[in-house]
Design a protein around this ligand. Structure first.
Ligand code: ANZ
Length: 851
């Protein structure tokens, strides 16, 4: 028929896709190169909204693109289906409600929506993390971490959300408030399970270098800051009246001669002990201070603009380099869980120490002359009009004028050490090295690093999660549930009180809690806590490789074939937590010899947010546009095209500016071009209108680079240009019978498949072809019809730039990689080492990693 009916077209192609299942990834016999494309899997909240539509539209662009480019593409979907909202919904539902029902009902709705959206998933690989067959492998992972001393239990002050009645990881506390519900977070002492991610801090930091150019630089920066490595020294101080020395961490051991007092964190065990050994007056003052400190957050405590508070403990430390007595204070600008919870205060050169010294009248001693030049170079002497040399330092203030005790400004710049014995005359860098050497020689200090990163607290006092597979025996041992007893399945929710009560609801499942000591057979108790859901999402990308495998979490051979993920696509809200945990678990699995790579996601695309009235869409704000209903009228193709056209992928989109009507008009124009040429006979391309052919071929040539650079909006703009040019050619000249018109219509169908797959399939059929256009190989542009441009590509080896190449702006990734491998400088820098991995982003970057 000749009337444009998008909803009929959609229904037809969804049916055909469901029947033929054309987007299944090829198996071992498939010899095409592979791409693993993955969208961050959804949480089954009740309502998929336009943020999801955006995310999964982009995922599908990338997956379809690589299929057209001749790749065997794996593009799976699953659900991150444990977690609080399901549990809260069940609590609201009243007695007998089960989080399972809410969860799986929503998942069914989501599946329907994704089918209606036309996403090209491999539907044979669906997983849900709340299925025992999935979480069994979380438990398996826990056991492996436990065996490697990477899972341990300790009592410590934890972040506690009084509203959700559960602990939160540091990462889940935002400005002192619960990330989820916004309640003010308090500290509470609990015995909890931790994963020892801090053992991997250096690798998590250093391996970010390989991702440079492939992950958004903002995300790399956030990861670096989160790990927060500082390099310096640990210095030991004797304490009068205490047998053991105490250590402090300092990034400026060069300033040790300028230390005039010491500060300990009031909430540290050390402060309590020092106060306890002091006078009753001090003890009382300390207690009062400690209570006043309790409420402030870490960020407030560290703020430089905050008035300094503290108490003198009437105890003294001894400076190891000059024997000076340093009074010890407790003050909240020092944090208990960073470094050693104590600092040597150098007020002349540290602003917070200076503020404190000025507030409490403590001495300030300058040990770095910041007015002295630090370079070894001889300054260029200029002459004035009379030929008299101009003193290059004439404008520099003298050190006296800069006295921090007077100005209140600490001298933090580089300079020359003074008043510092053997360090005098050295610049900061050399003085730090010398100081560390001397301290090491005397045994009073050593080089050290400090990290902001803390171990990953994984225990949660909630029902709807993976049960922690540990057993507490009657005689006080903690032993793992044997592997052959996994999965340890959650008890039924019926009869349990899920409402927050500060302890895990599983504790109320009396029968379930009872077990036996696997070693002695004596009665024992299970651990009542469940795992943080970030455990589930830390390795799910591997489970997609064989989601129904009942003998192992993932087959090693499949991992070697498909992983790591080539293109990972999702929201920037996961820039820290999820990515850090997935990177950590990947490194652990590498160390176990199960995988041959150390980073899970070779490239990362973060899409912007979908806003309404300039603010984030959310249910609580009542400004949610729902995914399912948004597709009803204009149809999925128009929604997807409009989103991709709305702007660059990484920018926020204002939903009010997204024109689905405009997109639908464009799709109708494209469709009409196809119907106009449908009756055209066999054609000889070369006989077509060269002007239109140039437009078509330029798009064939440019679209791959544009897609690889995620400039989807530009591809759509270019498609619009092509459709307009085609229409013009039809209405003038040779009309729809011109071979160039048919060529343009075919190009439109194939490239449109990235954005509007139903319409593309329909056009392809109208043009006389068999389904499916989604599987048709990309056409090569005719070089005679192109005007060349060139760009500079950078080649990295192990994170360092080793060469540059001048290449066509339209070069393919394969061609670029081949050129890079052949480049003389690159070959030389490899010095015979094998390339273990190549990551290519044409036309700009090639990154090789050696084994
Ligand atoms: C003496 C010194 C002199 C310092 C100087 C700095 C400048 P980052 O870069 O954040 O790692 N520090 C150590 N432990 C601390 C704690 N638990 N709470 C608050 N501050 C702490 O900072 C390291 C510096 O922060 C350390 O170096 C220490 O002060 C302080 F001119 O030691 B410094």
């Amino acid at each position: 028929g000749s009337s444009f009916d998008p909803s009929a077209i959609q229904a037809k192609w969804q049916r055909l896709w469901n029947e033929a299942d054309p987007f299944r990834a090829g198996g071992a016999e498939d010899t095409r190169p592979r791409k693993y494309v993955l969208g961050m899997f959804p949480y089954p909240s009740g309502d998929l909204h336009m943020g999801h539509a955006e995310n999964y539209a982009y995922v599908d662009v990338v997956a379809r693109f690589w299929r057209h480019r001749g790749y065997n593409v794996l593009n799976p979907i699953g659900w991150d289906s444990f977690g609080l909202p399901a549990e809260n919904a069940a609590i609201k539902g009243g007695a007998g409600s089960d989080p399972r029902e809410w969860t799986y009902r929503n998942i069914d709705q989501h599946k329907k929506s994704f089918r209606e959206f036309g996403s090209s998933y491999d539907w044979s690989r669906v997983l849900h993390t709340s299925d025992p067959e999935y979480y069994r492998w979380n438990q398996w992972l826990f056991q492996r971490l436990y065996e490697r001393d990477l899972a341990y239990r300790k009592e410590s002050p934890v972040n506690w959300c009084p509203n959700d009645q559960t602990v939160l990881a540091n990462e889940q506390v935002v400005d002192g408030h619960c990330e989820r519900c916004g309640a003010e977070v308090v500290k509470k002492k609990l015995t909890q399970w931790y994963f020892k991610i801090t053992d991997y801090a250096d690798r998590l930091l250093d391996d970010l270098n390989q991702l440079e150019g492939f992950w958004p630089s903002k995300v790399i920066r956030m990861q670096r800051n989160w790990i927060g490595r500082s390099v310096g020294a640990d210095i030991d101080f004797e304490i009068e009246g205490r047998a053991d020395k105490i250590s402090v961490f300092s990034t400026r051991p060069d300033t040790l001669h300028g230390a005039t007092f010491m500060v300990v964190a009031p909430d540290s065990d050390l402060a309590a002990e020092l106060a306890a050994g002091s006078t009753p007056e001090v003890q009382a003052a300390f207690q009062a201070y400690l209570e006043s400190v309790g409420k402030s957050t870490e960020i407030e405590r560290q703020a430089t603009d905050r008035p300094k508070t503290g108490v003198f403990l009437d105890r003294f430390a001894v400076n190891p380099v000059n024997g000076e007595r340093l009074p010890i204070w407790a003050a909240d600008y020092v944090l208990a869980d960073y470094g050693h919870g104590a600092v040597m205060a150098v007020p002349a050169h540290d602003q917070r120490d200076l503020d404190f010294a000025r507030a409490f009248g403590l001495p300030v001693k300058v040990v770095v002359d910041t007015t002295a030049p630090v370079t070894g170079a001889i300054p260029v002497i200029e002459l004035d009009a009379d030929g008299v040399p101009i003193d290059p330092f004439a404008d520099d203030p003298s050190l006296d004028e800069l006295d921090p005790a007077v100005t209140g400004i600490a001298l933090t710049d580089d300079g020359r050490l003074i008043n510092s014995g053997s360090l005098n005359g050295l610049s900061k860098r050399h003085a730090i090295a010398r100081a560390i050497e001397e301290l090491s020689a005397q045994g009073t200090g050593r080089a050290a690093k400090s990290y902001r990163l803390r171990d990953w607290l994984i225990s949660r006092q909630r029902f709807w999660g993976t049960p922690i597979p540990m057993i507490h025996t009657a005689d006080g041992r903690t032993v793992p549930v044997p592997d052959d007893q996994l999965p340890l399945i959650l008890p039924a929710a019926q009869g349990l009180d899920l409402a927050p009560q500060g302890t895990s609801p599983l504790g109320g499942a009396t029968e379930w809690m009872q077990t036996t000591d696997p070693e002695t057979g004596e009665p024992a108790l299970r651990d009542a806590d469940t795992m943080d859901t970030f455990v589930d999402s830390s390795w799910y990308f591997l489970r997609f490789l064989a989601p129904n495998d009942t003998s192992e979490p993932f087959p090693t051979a499949q991992a070697a074939r498909w992983a790591p993920v080539d293109s990972y696509i999702g929201g920037v809200e996961h820039a820290i937590l999820h990515l850090l945990y997935a990177r950590f678990i990947t490194k652990v699995l590498f160390d176990m010899g199960l995988i041959d790579f150390t980073e899970p996601f070779s490239s990362l695309i973060n899409q912007g947010m979908v806003l309404l009235d300039g603010s984030k869409m959310s249910k609580s704000k009542g400004n949610l546009v729902e995914f399912a209903s948004s597709m009803l009228d204009p149809g999925a193709d128009a929604v997807r095209t409009a989103i991709a056209f709305a702007g660059p992928v990484e920018d926020d989109i204002n939903w009010e500016d997204v024109s689905t009507t405009g997109a639908q008009k464009f799709l109708a124009r494209a469709w009409r071009v196809a119907t106009d040429v449908s009756s055209a006979p066999e054609v000889v391309w070369a006989e077509g209108d060269p002007a239109l052919r140039r437009v078509t071929h330029r798009l064939w040539a440019d679209a791959p680079g544009l897609v690889e650079q995620t400039k989807f909006n530009v591809v759509i703009a270019r498609l619009m240009e092509l459709v307009n040019a085609t229409r013009k050619a039809i209405d003038s000249g040779a009309g729809a019978a011109d071979p160039a018109v048919r060529e343009a219509a075919e190009a439109t169908a194939m490239i449109l498949d990235l954005f509007a797959p139903h319409m593309a399939e329909e056009m392809w059929e109208i043009l006389g072809y068999e389904p499916f256009v989604g599987l048709v190989p990309w056409r090569q542009a005719d070089p005679m019809l192109l005007v060349e441009e060139s760009v500079t590509a950078v080649v990295q080896v192990d994170g360092k730039v080793r060469g540059t190449l001048t290449v066509s702006a339209r070069i393919s990734s394969d061609e670029l990689e081949a050129l890079a491998r052949a480049d003389e400088k690159v070959v030389r820098s490899l010095a015979g080492r094998q390339i273990a991995r190549a990551v290519v982003r044409a036309p700009k970057v090639v990154s090789f990693t050696t084994a």
